[in-house]
Design a protein around this ligand. Structure first.
Ligand code: ADE
Ligand code: ZN
Length: 322
């Protein structure tokens, strides 16, 4: 019974959280034919590359500041409804620019959604600006410059997402230098599609406090020991990993092994409707598929708050709410 456990989510892409029904309504509003990407059963994609394509097509029906406020409030209301007290949303102001909305209006709309959700449902949220590898290092540096310059109280982190097989971490490290200098928390997608080398690169060249996924570190015991020793927190998204074929089934997923090796882990949903999951479902999976006790699952939440990109007063308040 994980429904009563307080929850935290550190890894969810905003457009990746778009509910099917909302996307359908948006597609009607803008007269966009999404039939290639959205069927009666859900979003349509076949592998990691086509998932990223599908993601971009779905994002394309969220176009205005109001659309972003609605999307954000809708997702945060859902999270609050299942006992979530804190959420970090991965956002791409660069996407706002590409669709002609503009990075500032994209962030403003999202922040309006955060304010409304906090007012109505009490959930706390922050934004992690991301660059996307498949748009190249220059666009990722631009995203970091935007986040650094914005000095926005709700933008507290920087991430790198997208096609992990494109380039090496070294190509994107200058973006993280900009974000670090601006005082932003650092996290990076690594060890999801690529193997341990990608996680090792992230540790060597970025020194993030958290890693998105990171699960494939399991193939290198020395690297697992290093993660445990440094205290890097992994944002593990089991349902996403199974949906994308990173692992065939929960039995072969390394979440439990990583935890038992002393690696700090939290659980998140990544792009929930794309992977037919939700944060509530990921907590259920932790209990039912991995056999974690309520206490162990509560530890995932606590670890999430300890690793959250928030000021210390907010962290204290969130910890006190557990
Ligand atoms: N963008 C959205 N979801 C992603 C994922 N799981 N990995 C990399 N980039 C993403
Ligand atoms: Zn992700």
């Amino acid at each position: 019974m994980t429904s009563l456990i307080k929850k935290v989510e550190l890894h969810c892409h905003l457009e990746g959280a778009a509910p099917l029904s909302l996307t359908q309504a948006q597609a009607r509003k803008y007269n966009v034919d999404l039939s290639q990407w959205l069927g009666p059963q859900g979003y349509l994609w076949t592998d990691f590359a086509s998932f990223l394509q599908c993601y971009d097509h779905i994002s394309n029906v969220y176009r205005t500041q109001e659309d972003y406020a609605l999307l954000t409030e809708t997702y945060l209301a859902e999270l609050a409804g299942v006992g979530t007290i804190y959420s970090e949303l991965i956002v791409s102001p660069d996407h706002g620019k590409r669709i002609g909305l503009g990075a500032e209006a994209y962030i403003e709309g999202t922040c309006e959604g955060i304010r409304l959700a906090k007012e109505k449902h009490g959930i706390e949220a922050r934004l992690i600006v991301t660059g996307e590898r498949h748009f190249g290092p220059e666009s990722v540096i631009e995203a970091a410059r935007f986040a650094a310059k914005a000095r926005h109280p709700l933008i507290t982190g920087f991430n790198l997402a997208g096609e992990e097989r494109m380039g090496r971490v070294a190509d994107y490290a200058p973006a993280f230098d900009i974000a670090r200098d601006a005082g932003l928390g650092l996290t990076i997608h690594a060890g999801e599609v690529c193997g341990p080398f990608s996680v090792a690169d992230a540790l060597d060249l970025v020194s993030p406090t958290r890693i998105g996924h990171g699960v494939r570190a399991i193939d290198d015991p020395t690297l697992v020991a290093r993660l445990a020793e440094v205290g890097t927190v992994l944002e593990v998204c089991p349902g996403s990993n199974i949906a994308l074929g990173v692992y065939n089934d929960f039995k072969s997923h390394p979440l439990r092994k990583l935890k038992e090796a002393g690696v700090k882990v939290t659980i998140s949903s990544d792009d929930p409707p794309f992977f037919r999951t939700s944060l509530a479902r990921e907590y259920e999976i932790a209990a039912q598929e991995f056999g974690f006790s309520e206490e162990e699952i509560g530890d995932f939440t606590r670890t999430g708050i300890e690793a959250a990109f928030v000021d210390e007063d907010t962290r204290k308040r969130l910890l006190a709410a557990l």
